[in-house]
Each structure stands twice: as C-alpha cells, then as structure tokens.
Ligand binder design. Structure first.
Ligand code: DAH
Length: 340
C-alpha cells in the first residue's frame, strides 16, 4: 500500500509538470491501453484485502486527475485532433508543383514550322486514317506498284481501303485537290509504318513535308529553300549536298545530306565515317501527281520535300535511340527546354 501511494504521488507530480502541449502524446503515455494509469490500476490485485477500499478511491481520484489534465491539454491545442499550432508556419511558400516542359519532338516541330513560315509556307493538316487514293494512288503509287513495299502500314479491318497514313504527302494531295494555286504549304503530323521497333525505327513517327506549286518553280528554288532551312536549323557552318534518289511522286528526286554535326565532316560512327548524314527526301513534283490531283502539269511545276522530325531531333540533340521519344521517362524529357 505504501509503495502504491508513492507511485501515485510520483505520477501525479509528473502529470502536473507535463507541458509538452501535445494532448495525443499525453493520452498515449498515460491513458492509453498500455498507458501508465492503466498499469497502476492493475496494482489493485496486489493490495491487501483490508486496504482495497482506500486504494480503490485513491486510484479513482488519480484517474480523474489524469483525465482532467488530458482535457486541459486538448482545449489548449484546439480540438485534440490537431497538434500544436506552432508546427504550421503559414508564412512559408507552398510546395511547388512540378511544371512540365515541351516534348523535344514538339520543340523541333515548332522550330521547323517557324522557319518555313518565314518563307511564306502555311501549315496544312489532314487525317491520320487515310484512304488508299490519298496515301498511295494519287502519289503515282498505283496498286501493286513495288514501291509500296517501302511503306508498309496498318490497314483498318472494317474497310480495306482505309489505312494509317505512311507519310503526310497525303495532306499535299488533299491541298492540291482544292485547286487553289499557287500552293505553298508544310504538313506536320504523325505517320505510321509496319516496322519492327528498334533504336532506329518505330511503328509511328512524325514528319514535316513541304510543297510549293506555281508557275516556273525550278529545282534551284528547291535547293535554295532547303539550304535556308538547314542554316536556320543547324547553323551557318553546316554544308549540304544533294544525291540522286527515287520517289514515285517526284522526278527528278534527291536526298539531301548535311555535313555531320558530331565530327564536322571528318568521319565518325554517327555518319558512318562518311562525314555526311541524310536528313530528307525531295524532288520536283511528278507531272502524273499534278494530273491525278487536277492540276495542269503543262502550266504548273512544283517541288516537294519530306523529313522525319525524330531524325532532325536526334541530330540536333545527339539522341541515339528513337524509342526514348515514346517511353515518357521524365528523366529524359526534362532535359529539353524550348530554346533551340
Ligand atoms: N514521303 C516520303 C517518305 O515518307 C518523303 C518525301 C520524299 C516526301 C520526297 C516528299 C518528297 O514530298 O518530295 O519517305
């Protein structure tokens, strides 16, 4: 009994001195199921029978004392749910929300558009699900033409005539069919190919194609336009060269290379030791294409070109794997700023 009295006194002093201010800490320490009040109540069983009544009273009083202290602490700290007010500094700035940034493909696409807009090209867009005529036939790629193999794609099962466009040249066809001349457009957009995905190929990618049709347009106009583009995009020191090539929709056709940006033309692994990297296909619009789209090929001539935005972006930022563009890994994406 003596010992119990001492314990109660000691705890009372401790409780009275408790000024941590946190009601919840107090509740757990003293009033909770493993708290000290509960523990001391358990001492009743060790009290001799003749003292039980007195001990019971003392313990009850002690319990009420502890509960009263708890109530005081609760009121002092608001409603008892919250902790002390001084834990919140309302003058601090809020946590910042991470701001996204433009995808590198968008950054480069916008840059390409702005360069050509300065030359008077307007942006034209068209559907990603195309019909055979706009994607192939009108572009001098009749059914069963072997050149269709270069651009295998995905077909829509409800209608064998529908497919996912393989290039944005289909938008050129749509613009030519409108019959408003001259035409000076660029066509940015997403295109699809039935390719095995690797570091250098994907089943979808982005293109910008261009088309200029008027009277007396020549290959010299094409060269000068693309030369201007390269200088604006990659800098004044970059050289260009044209190599003869084949596209069914242009005649003559060419591929344009620029001097390698990595080694400056000396020869490295990116340019496969040639000092040059290919960036686009181009040529003079084939008279059959003009006729297919209702334009008089005796009166009008034009040039066209097409480039992959991924390719330009990879050269610009020295990115080695095409798959990075569609994996959405923020560690990759946050490295790009709009300043190209
Ligand atoms: N459509 C071609 C392709 O996707 C690129 C191209 C080449 C477009 C020459 C053109 C062009 O307009 O004249 O491979």
């Amino acid at each position: 009994m003596e010992q119990l009295l001492q314990q109660i006194e000691a705890l009372k002093t401790e409780i009275a001195a408790f000024n941590d201010g946190d009601a919840e800490i107090f509740r757990i320490k003293y009033l909770g199921t493993k708290g000290q009040v509960k523990a001391i109540m358990g001492e009743m069983k060790n009290v001799a029978a003749e003292n039980k009544k007195e001990a019971g009273q003392l313990l009850n009083e002690f319990k009420l004392f502890a509960e009263a202290k708890y109530e005081t602490l609760k009121t002092a700290s608001g409603n008892g749910q919250q902790t002390t007010t001084n834990e919140f500094d309302l003058s601090l700035p809020a946590d910042s929300l991470p701001l996204g940034s433009r995808h590198p493909i968008s950054i480069v696409k916008n840059k390409i558009i702005s360069i050509f807009q300065r030359l008077g090209f307007a942006v034209a867009e068209g559907p990603e699900i195309e019909d055979d005529f706009h994607n192939f036939t009108a572009l001098n790629l009749p059914e069963n033409h072997p050149a269709r193999d270069m651009q295998d794609t995905f077909y829509i099962s409800q209608n064998p005539d529908w497919l996912l466009r393989t290039h944005t040249s289909s938008v050129q066809v749509r613009e030519m069919q409108k019959g408003k001349l001259p035409i000076r457009i660029i066509c940015p957009g997403r295109v699809y190919r039935n390719e095995t995905i690797s570091a250098r190929a994907h089943c979808f990618f982005h293109q910008v194609e261009g088309l200029y049709i008027a009277e007396n347009v020549s290959f010299a106009d094409l060269k000068q336009t693309l030369y201007f583009f390269v200088q604006e995009m990659f800098g004044k020191d970059v050289k260009v060269r044209f190599r003869p090539s084949y596209f069914p929709f242009t005649e003559p056709s060419a591929e344009m290379d620029i001097s390698c940006l990595i080694c400056g033309g000396e020869g490295c692994s990116v340019c496969k030791k040639t000092g040059w990297v290919e960036i686009l296909g181009c040529g003079m619009v084939h008279p059959n294409v003009l006729d297919n789209c209702g334009i008089d090929s005796n009166k009008y001539t034009g040039f066209a070109f097409g480039m992959g935005i991924e390719r330009i972006t990879m050269l610009k930022y020295q990115i080695k794997d095409l798959r990075l563009f569609s994996e959405n890994d923020v560690r990759f994406l946050k490295q790009f700023t709009s300043a190209v």
